[in-house]
Design a protein around this ligand. Structure first.
Ligand SMILES: NC(=O)c1ccc[n+]([C@@H]2O[C@H](COP(=O)([O-])OP(=O)(O)OC[C@H]3O[C@@H](n4cnc5c(N)ncnc54)[C@H](O)[C@@H]3O)[C@@H](O)[C@H]2O)c1
Length: 261
């Protein structure tokens, strides 16, 4: 059995991972950490701990899973890699520079880590199809929809989608005429990386949504929409389980679930 620790165990995603771990014959939950409600039991013999480093040193997990928040994820990852604890990271909000630094740290410490902005197979396919369609269209925009408690915008998935899209089309157009924004931000945020991109990303935040995304392509006389809806958070769990099993047997740095499917 793989010994699993969960950081952010009381959150919307973390509590699903707790449930999945407790119900799996392949995993043993050895530790649960959160910054809130320390001492609360999440299983018969597992109470929430508040100090990540102490909790990991005590429970010695094979793999730590992190679903916390963008403002603390980089520091959390440094702790995991310094302790040489393999990690599965679902928390979003890491910058490009931070991801490069994590890759370097993972190699230096010979410790495996999988970072995935999205663990749902449908979302991975949406990104794959968007990458493929990019070859054939001149204009593309992304609308992503999330619940109103999401702290970062645009979503990690929309950024990852845009990165994949520019692999097949390095120069989308932004509309076709001079544009004026009468309300600032109404055209969304422009994704550009290494002078490539020109993909507008629009972020919707409101109660009712879990996570949805629409990638819209246009060219003369036609529009193609690729749409994915997350109905509930259970959809992420097969991807999280796959990542735990994969990183348990690996010392590599992996970014994106598509690289282990
Ligand atoms: N990769 C994916 O497939 C995927 C899917 C959904 C959400 N997410 C991301 O996962 C993260 C968590 O999302 P959520 O909806 O579960 O959020 P949430 O706010 O419901 O849960 C976060 C939990 O982490 C705890 N926490 C925050 N900082 C902490 C710290 N430094 N140490 C210990 N505990 C800490 C909070 O107390 C809370 O219980 C977000 O970044 C979100 O964007 C990723």
């Amino acid at each position: 059995m793989i010994k699993v620790a969960i950081v952010g165990a009381l959150g919307k995603m973390g509590s699903e991972v707790v449930k999945m771990t407790l119900n799996s014959p392949e995993f043993e939950l050895v530790c649960a950490v959160d910054k809130n409600n320390i001492g609360t039991n999440v299983a018969e013999d597992i109470a929430i701990e508040g100090d990540i480093e102490l909790a990991l040193l005590k429970s010695k997990p094979d793999v730590v899973v992190d679903f916390t928040q963008p403002s603390s994820i980089f520091e959390n990852i440094k702790t995991y890699l310094n302790l040489k604890t393999k990690a599965v990271i679902g928390t979003t909000g890491l910058s490009e520079d931070q991801i490069l630094e994590i890759e370097k740290m993972s190699k230096e410490n010979n410790t495996g880590i999988i970072i995935a902005p999205n663990f749902s197979i449908g979302a991975i396919l949406m990104m794959k199809f968007a990458r493929e369609a990019s070859k054939y269209f001149s204009n593309a925009e992304i609308i992503e929809y999330h619940h109103n408690q999401k702290k970062d915008a645009p979503s990690g998935t929309s950024i990852k989608t845009a990165q994949l899209m520019i692999e097949n089309n390095s120069d989308f157009k932004l509309g076709n005429c001079a544009e004026t924004e009468n309300i600032q931000g109404s055209r969304g945020g422009e994704f550009i990386q290494d002078n490539k991109g020109h993909i507008q990303i629009h972020s919707v935040r409101m109660p009712g949504f879990v996570a949805s995304q629409e990638v819209i392509f246009g060219s003369d006389g036609q529009v193609l929409k690729i749409h994915h809806d997350t109905i509930n958070r259970a959809c992420y769990m097969s991807g999280v389980a796959l990542a735990i099993k994969n990183v348990f047997n690996s010392n590599s740095f992996i970014y994106g679930l598509e690289n282990i499917l």
